[in-house]
Write a protein that binds this ligand. Structure first.
Ligand SMILES: [Cu+2]
Length: 487
């Protein structure tokens, strides 16, 4: 695995801070609008710290059939930081699902788009893999049983990948989930079919999370919630919790183990808690307005960045250019920096290993064709004063590249007085969803600059796969992450 150089990432953060203002230590700052070789409708953080993106051609037309891009954030944001490659698989990956596989670290791409008699937005059952070590996209061979367009994909506690939802053709939806096991292939969850949970009534990128009870929790747009047990051929149960109405284009995010912030319609929001015997929800203050197509991204410190969106589905009316940050400890929102571009349909947001957040894309179709990105530098990277200058970051000088649940690992830093250690799952974002994204605080003891860090107790809290490990100094400034494989 190629390792990032912390020095280079540090230089990147410095180069992106040029838009800083005296209140950047409170609001963060967006970097300049930088061009992207395509509209990054789909992004995945690779185990080597690079970012895979795809979704359109170089002009921003909807199709994933021709090119994809690999961005190396350690090289900055110029054209030289991008490697744009031909897609030779024959699959149009537009509006597929994508997630980093927990064992191999390859990206699994499920389904995509098909043009039938000149009409787009039919579906395929193709399965493709992107191998970061070879920087190659190739066919996985065995297809899924079902054609899928707009499916969700996520890693279960067992280390398998669940695919739910999607459309087989216009007005034909897929009620049966499938499970992918690396080295084995696919099986259908034939005894867990449901139109209500992830079929006709909730087919568009269903919101689903591996839960602390070992099952997969599903929060539907119409309000019903479910637990899916993916073992064998699957079983599904509805829970007693019913939420108010949501939308396929309002985001939700697991901000703590078993806890989900869900934005619902009419500027409502709830925190869902899956840690008890039955799921329950607590009303929390809304983000301020409906933000359709916004992204919710849990940052290195466990606060949630909500960015983008507008009053109505992909309409430039009530466009929210100003980001908001939700603090789980106070349940309060604060106003963050203001971006230049509207981020609506087909926009994305992704936490990067240097603790900044990539915000990008939008269009195909949209009011703007956003072949561009703006990198958000969160408040935690600034000195806690009005200078608008970046703080000195702690450095992880050694950390294991892999770990197991319940283990204690040695992490060395260059500072004393570490104030926080966190794990954040490498994200895979598209269409207002970030598959697998979750934040797990870690307990630790320190002796000088050395830390003994306690890994999560169970794969039910932190499913197998790749995580960013951040260490914060006494001032609350995070290091550049080391990527750790849990498994
Ligand atoms: Cu789409």
């Amino acid at each position: 695995m190629r390792m990032q150089t912390p020095v280079a990432l540090f230089a990147l953060a410095a180069s992106l801070s040029c838009q800083a203002t005296p209140d950047s230590y409170l609001k963060g700052a967006f970097g300049p609008v930088v061009s992207w070789p395509l509209i990054p409708i789909h992004v995945a953080l690779l185990p080597d710290g690079r970012v895979l993106s795809y979704g359109t051609d170089g002009k921003g037309n909807q199709t994933g059939q021709f090119i994809y891009d690999v961005w190396d954030p350690t090289k900055g944001v110029s054209a030289a930081s991008h490697l744009t490659l031909p897609n030779t698989t024959g699959t149009d990956t537009f509006c597929s699902g994508q997630v980093v596989l927990p064992a191999s670290g390859a990206v699994l791409l499920t389904g995509g788009d098909k043009t039938v008699n000149g009409t787009r937005n039919y579906s395929v059952n193709d399965v493709n893999l992107f191998d970061a070590s070879r920087t190659t996209l190739y066919s996985a061979g065995q297809p899924m049983a079902n054609l899928r367009w707009y499916p969700s994909v996520l890693t279960t506690a067992e280390g398998e990948v669940l695919v739910v939802g999607g459309r087989a053709a216009p007005n034909v939806y897929v009620p049966t989930p499938e499970v992918y096991t690396e080295g084995v292939g696919w099986r259908s969850l034939s005894t867990a079919s449901s139109d209500d949970a992830y079929g006709a009534r909730n087919w568009s990128y269903p919101r689903a999370w591996a839960a602390p009870n070992g099952k997969v929790f599903i929060a539907t747009i119409w309000g019903g919630t479910y637990f899916l047990s993916p073992s064998g051929t699957g079983s599904l149960e509805r829970t007693a919790l019913t939420l108010n109405a949501g939308d396929v284009y309002l985001p939700s995010v697991m901000y703590r183990p078993g806890k989900i912030l869900a934005l619902r319609k009419l500027n409502q929001a709830v925190s869902i808690d899956l840690n008890g015997a039955a799921p329950k929800s607590t009303k929390v203050t809304g983000v301020g307005q409906d933000r359709f197509h916004a992204s919710a991204t849990v940052m290195a410190d466990g606060k949630v960045l909500v960015h983008g969106g507008s009053f109505a589905d992909n309409v430039a009316n009530g466009v929210a250019y100003t980001a908001k940050i939700w603090n789980p400890d106070t349940s309060a929102w604060s106003t963050a920096a203001t971006a230049v571009k509207m981020r609506l349909y087909h926009s994305v947001s992704l936490l990067l290993p240097d603790a900044t957040v990539l915000t990008a894309g939008g269009g195909a179709p949209g009011p703007q064709t956003n072949l561009n990105a703006e990198v958000f530098t969160p408040p935690y990277l600034y000195n806690r004063n009005t200078s608008g200058t970046l703080a000195t970051r702690p450095v992880i000088t050694s950390a294991p590249s892999s770990a197991t649940w319940g283990s204690t690992v040695m992490v060395s830093t260059n500072v004393v007085g570490v104030s926080k250690v966190s794990l954040v799952k490498t994200g895979s974002a598209t269409h207002t969803v970030d598959f697998d994204q979750r934040y797990v605080p870690l307990s630790y003891t320190s002796t000088g600059t050395a830390l003994n860090v306690q890994m999560p107790a169970s794969p039910r809290v932190a499913p197998p796969g790749f995580y960013m490990l951040f260490v914060f100094n006494a001032a609350g400034v995070p290091s550049v992450a080391r990527i750790v494989k849990l498994g």
